[in-house]
Every structure is written in structure tokens, then in C-alpha cells.
Design a protein. Structure first.
Length: 297
């Protein structure tokens, strides 16, 4: 079954947005060879953008604006939420056009992350209509969730996304993907990681959120980019990275947290907000929440 057929039971506007993004993703997947290297610009976080970051961002924004399917669009590469008053819908999207782009130069997997809302995007993740990500790896895959299961498609040689796995659920597994430097771990996080290591969890971390969380979705365990000394709010962006990926894993039977509370209950105060991230199995998420609770009494 292809993506279009699979989406046919869903709201027409949401279906069309996902299909439109899948078409742009096809173009992005064909653009890696000719757009290696850095651009001469930086984003709102002061990070130097890659040529692909800038290109993918422009491509997605112009396509979605022209589609008339989106009213509000927040991109990780843009300082403000864009508004398209002529839109025929009231959909709001969050977009990380190319996440993990520091890995482009070494040919490791990167991804596009999208959150879909009705209206304003500065909302907690539990108000999402759905979310999706595209993983550009040996295969280009697209994973979407509209609160009726998590489904995965792979792009075939004709550029059609065909069903790979329906109703993906997170298995039990002993993989951990720990971001940040060990020397900067805060005490509760250190205790969490030590517990996982004592239990025989195997480290698997590439530095690409989409690839690392995708692995956890299929193999079980936990991905984390915690608060750390010098950055107590963490590194990852709540709106663009943490919420959509946390939503998909939660809908697949896992959970997401900032170490204290459900990540999907956090209301973003601004588009640039960062958050400590734990995404994975319920058991692992309960463990970090319990460790934090014990240490606060
Ligand atoms: P980016 O949005 O600039 O690509 O940064 C986000 C990436 C995530 O994909 C990944 O989890 C994290 O940054 C990796 O950070 P580090 O290089 O510190 O391990
Ligand atoms: Mg990113």
C-alpha cells in the first residue's frame, strides 16, 4: 500500500499536508550530493547552517506556503512563526527541516521532523493532531502518526512511499542513546545512566536525533539529551525536536519526559525553548522520573 492510500481515512487537509511534505522530502533526498558544505549564514541559535539546512528550509517553506494548506509555520531555522493569511486551512506546522545536519559531511543519517496542529503551534504536545519524520538513510523512510497508530513507509526507486510497517510498537530492549558529555552529567542523570549500564544496556548514539530515536522505536530502550552542567535547560528544542519525536514514541506505547513530567504536557513559552529530553520505553522513563523524585525529597 502506498502513503496516499494509507492516509485516505484521515482529514483531507492533514492528508494533503503529509503528502506534500513527502514530495519535498523526495527532492531533499536527491539533493545531498550537490549541496555538501557550510552556508555563510547562522540560525537564531547562533549555529552555522549547512548549505542543505538553508536549502531544505527554503524548499519546505515555499512549497507549504504555495500549497495553501498551512496557516502557521514555525521552522527551527526561522526566528519567528510565519503566517500565511491566504491559507485555505487553519493548520499550524512545526518544522525541523534537516535535523542532525552536523552529520551530513560524514554521510550519516539525518532527518526532517514535523508537528501538525490545529491553529497556533505554541501548544503542548498533547494538543498535536499528529507528527511525522523522514529519515534519510540507506533508505528514505517516512514515519507518521495521526493518533491512530504509528506507520512507516519507505521510498521505492520510483519515488513512491510504500508501506514498510504498520502499527509500530516499541518493544522492550536494552539500547541507550545518551547525548551530552559524561563529565557534565548532573547527579540524577548520572545515577540513571549508571543504572542502565549496570543492567547491561548497550550504547548506540549517532548524534542524529531522528536516527537515534528511530532506532529506539524499533529496538526499545531510551534516547536522552539531558540537562547538563552549563546548560540546565538541555540542548534540544521543545517545539521542533522533542515534542514531535516524543509524541510518536508515546503513541507507539512508549513515553517522553523532561526527567520530571510528561514532555507532552509542557506548554512552550517561545519557539526557541530548549528542554531536557528522555524518550523511550515506559520503564526507562519511569526510572529517571523516580530517581529525580527521590533526590528532591
Ligand atoms: P541540529 O538541529 O543543529 O541538527 O542539532 C540537533 C542534534 C540532534 O539531532 C542530536 O540529538 C543532537 O543535536 C546531537 O548533539 P551532539 O552533537 O551534542 O551529540
Ligand atoms: Mg534540529
Amino acid at each position: 500500500m502506498n502513503l496516499e492510500t494509507h492516509l485516505s481515512r484521515h482529514d483531507e487537509d492533514v492528508k494533503n499536508v503529509i503528502l506534500r511534505i513527502s514530495e519535498v522530502a523526495k527532492t531533499i533526498s536527491g539533493g545531498f550530493a550537490s549541496r555538501q558544505g557550510a552556508s555563510d549564514s547562522s540560525n537564531v541559535y547562533g549555529e552555522r547552517q549547512s548549505a542543505l539546512d538553508v536549502w531544505a528550509d527554503e524548499l519546505l517553506i515555499s512549497d507549504l506556503r504555495d500549497s495553501g494548506l498551512v496557516r502557521y509555520l514555525a521552522s527551527e531555522e526561522q526566528p519567528d512563526v510565519l503566517t500565511f493569511p491566504d491559507s485555505a486551512t487553519d493548520l499550524g506546522l512545526t518544522l525541523d527541516p534537516l535535523d542532525g545536519s552536523s552529520l551530513i559531511g560524514v554521510n550519516l543519517s539525518v532527518g526532517t521532523i514535523v508537528g501538525i496542529y490545529r491553529g497556533n503551534v505554541l501548544c503542548p504536545g498533547n494538543e498535536l493532531l499528529g507528527a511525522m519524520y523522514v529519515l534519510y538513510g540507506p533508505l528514505t523512510t517516512l514515519t507518521y502518526c495521526l493518533k491512530e497508530g504509528v506507520h512507516e513507509f519507505a521510498m521505492d526507486k520510483k519515488g513512491v512511499f510504500v508501506l514498510l510497517k504498520e502499527n509500530v510498537t516499541l518493544p522492550d530492549g536494552k539500547i541507550y542513546g545518551p547525548g551530552a558529555l559524561r563529565r557534565d552529567y548532573l547527579p540524577a542523570h548520572r545515577a540513571f545512566i549508571e543504572t542502565l549500564e549496570e543492567e547491561g544496556y548497550k550504547l548506540r548514539y549517532s548524534g542524529s536525533l531522528v536516527a537515534d530515536v528511530h532506532q529506539i522505536l524499533h529496538k526499545g530502550g531510551v534516547f536522552t539529551y539531558p540537562a547538563f552542567a552549563g546548560n540546565e535547560r538541555g540542548k534540544l528544542r521543545l517545539l521542533f525536536e522533542a515534542i514531535p519525536m516524543g509524541f510518536i514514541v508515546s503513541q507507539a506505547g512508549g513515553a517522553a519526559s523532561d526527567g520530571h513530567r510528561d514532555l507532552l504536557s509542557i506548554k512552550p513559552e517561545g519557539v526557541c525553548q530548549r528542554v531536557p529530553v528522555y524518550i523511550g520505553g515506559k520503564r526507562e522513563i519511569d526510572l529517571i522520573v523516580d530517581i529525580n523524585k527521590e533526590r528532591s525529597v
